[in-house]
Design a protein around this ligand. Structure first.
Ligand SMILES: [Zn+2]
Length: 114
């Protein structure tokens, strides 16, 4: 029996959960509210990127979802982290387990070349 290509795709990528437009719309709206909240202003006031640890300043930090909305993530405090533009655009729709900063790691850190 022929199987739908969508089902086959989801079996290959177990982290991909089906999300509907309604979920995406709702969580994106929540993210916008969260960006205006005191919580977020405090969160990014450190100026540190969650991923690469660079200090880029509060203004340069964008809100990133650890689990992207399009992959079933929600706009909760636990799922939203400040990220620099480099990391945010490099990560795109990846899960944290699929992506790590490629730019040499945190500043001043040791290179773990073996
Ligand atoms: Zn970064």
């Amino acid at each position: 029996m022929p199987r739908s290509p969508v089902v086959a795709e989801q079996e290959r990528t177990p982290f991909l959960v089906p999300v509907d437009d309604e979920h995406v719309r709702r969580e994106r709206a929540k993210a916008r509210e969260l960006r205006d909240s005191q919580w977020w202003k405090r969160r990014r006031s450190s100026g540190l990127c969650h991923y690469c640890g660079r200090s880029v300043g509060a203004k340069a930090l964008t809100m990133d979802h650890l689990v992207p909305i399009v992959r079933g993530g929600r706009s909760t405090h636990g799922n939203c982290v400040p990220a620099c533009k480099d990391c945010n655009s490099a990560k795109k729709h990846s899960l944290p387990t699929e992506w790590s900063p490629a730019s040499g790691g945190p500043a001043g850190g040791e290179e773990s070349g073996r």
